[in-house]
Design a protein around this ligand. Structure first.
Ligand code: SAM
Ligand code: SF4
Length: 465
């Protein structure tokens, strides 16, 4: 099923829309930005108009509008997570990735359940609560069951102050039956990146293995949602093709999911190509995305789908990550390793990693930095554990009601981090921020925040509303 043409990605239509909005004047751009301020999202023509902005004055208006929307919907919260690479075995040939089958210059390994438990303990001891399980497309012995076993192992690890409370998953597209099993394992979000929506480029960079099938991948989130997974994540690997095309194609994908399932993706990831062992294309992207264009991409996505989370990984430098918080990023990874076993080994930039990291700081350093900028790092996992997912989440999010939960929960989970894991320096900055933030809150949100933070301060873990 679904091995047919993914016709919701209509390339000719994308080119036509880009062409017809190419010459948008300041008046038109301002009109689109005014509509974007209403936080109801944008259509394809409007998104195309924004992708064509190059004038510095218009660009700064775009950034200011994205900042306002981000602050109104998400406030100062930033959700924190860490990737957990369980295996770098892979049967595919993605020319940009160090894990591709024919790359002989990395050490291959897939972690045993015991090793995974050790990695999880290492992550918990840093203070992590949300993990993104990542694997190449080839599983040892038990096949896909290996992924299910690994999820169970992650959830089963309990330590004095912590456990992983949400496992998100980034593994190759599955069959509907397998997605049902994945759903049954208690995952949060299933994410998969199309890498490039441009078919010709897709065929050029995926030269072996199952991943060559564009359509199988493009329909995978349909299968996931049919199987009952209602939080799904999408993404593009920026640098492979023209980012303007990719943004519009991603919008077509989003509109298709909204049309068929009444809810779009929960998150969008914006990886940019990073150097990877033995990959020419990764070091020399065919369509390099400049830093300014990268910021533009984040800002446009923030306005186009205001209620969809935007994820920024440690592929990017600390500086770029800081800049994009203001433009729309709502989730960041921190203290990441991309080689299986990397947390326990405490290795940095291991040659068996998937790509080079731009941000090598520890979780504590990232938290301190983020808090110094006035952002509240959130380890909250309440929505998914209380069943506020998919459409239910969007129903709450759209009228702004979610803030009555997210604000207080972010503060209580941050307080829990500070009490159990932070360095004295981070603790001082963080506690000050928590009390300043509560002082500025009003009404129900303030009452909830005060109550939850007080309970954590009294030694109670895992409190949320
Ligand atoms: N193997 C699965 C797949 O390809 O869908 C899932 C895991 S794969 C390790 C996760 C993502 O890493 C890919 O979807 C791709 O976007 C990203 N990636 C691969 N090589 C990269 C590189 N050189 N720079 C940045 N991101 C890269
Ligand atoms: Fe394998 Fe995924 Fe890397 Fe492609 S991107 S080589 S499928 S791990």
């Amino acid at each position: 099923m679904y091995n047919i043409l993914a016709d919701f990605i209509n390339e000719q239509k994308i080119w036509d829309i880009l062409e017809s909005n190419k010459l948008a004047d300041f008046g038109k751009i301002k009109e689109v930005l005014a509509k974007a301020s209403e936080m109801k999202g944008l259509n394809l023509d409007e998104v195309a108009t924004l992708t064509n902005i190059s004038d510095p004055e218009m660009l700064s208006e775009l950034f200011n509008t994205a900042n306002k929307v981000k602050e109104t919907i998400y406030g100062k919260r930033l959700v924190i997570f860490a990737p957990l690479y369980i295996s770098n075995l892979c049967a595919n040939e993605c020319l940009y990735c160090a894990f591709r089958a024919t790359n002989k210059d990395i050490v291959r390994s897939s972690l045993s359940q015991n090793q995974i438990a050790k990695e999880v303990k290492a992550l918990i001891s840093q203070g992590q609560k949300r993990v993104l399980l990542v694997a190449g497309e080839s599983y040892p012995k038990r096949g896909f069951q290996y992924v299910l076993d690994s999820i169970k192992t992650i959830y089963d690890v309990k330590t004095e102050h912590g456990e992983v409370r949400r496992v998100n998953v980034n593994v190759a597209p599955l069959k509907t039956e397998e997605f049902k099993l994945l759903k049954g394992s208690g995952i949060g979000t299933y994410q998969i990146f199309q890498e490039t929506y441009h078919r010709e480029t897709y065929n050029k960079v995926h030269v072996g293995g199952k991943k060559r099938d564009y359509n199988w991948r493009a329909w995978s989130l349909h299968r996931a949602m049919e199987a009952g997974i209602d939080d799904v994540g999408i993404g593009v690997l920026f640098g492979l093709f023209d980012y303007r095309f990719e943004i519009l194609a991603m919008m077509q994908h989003i509109l298709e999911l909204e049309d068929k399932f009444n809810v779009g993706p929960h998150t969008i990831s914006v990886p940019r190509l990073e150097p990877a062992t033995n990959s020419n294309i990764a070091s020399h992207p065919p369509f390099p995305v400049s830093d300014i264009d990268f910021r533009k991409i984040v800002a446009i996505l923030r306005l186009a789908v205001p209620y969809t989370g935007i994820i920024m990984s440690t592929r990017e430098t600390a500086k770029m990550r800081r800049e994009t918080f203001a433009l729309g990023v709502s989730q960041i990874s921190a203290g990441s390793r991309t080689n299986p076993g990397g947390y326990e080994e405490e290795s940095e930039d291991d040659p068996s990693g998937q790509f080079s990291l731009g941000d090598h700081r520890s979780l504590d350093e990232v938290i301190r930095d983020v808090a110094s900028m006035g952002y509240i790092p959130s380890f909250c996992t309440a929505c998914y554990r209380l069943g506020r997912t998919g459409m239910d989440f969007m129903d709450l999010a759209k009228p702004g009601d979610i803030k009555l939960h997210c604000g207080p929960n972010a503060l209580s989970s941050f307080k829990e981090y500070l009490m159990n894991y932070a360095s004295p320096e981070t603790s001082e900055i963080g506690n000050k921020l928590i009390y300043e933030t509560i002082a500025e809150m009003k009404g129900i949100a303030k009452q909830r925040a005060e109550k939850l933070v007080k309970r954590v301060a009294a030694g109670k873990d895992d409190v949320y509303c």
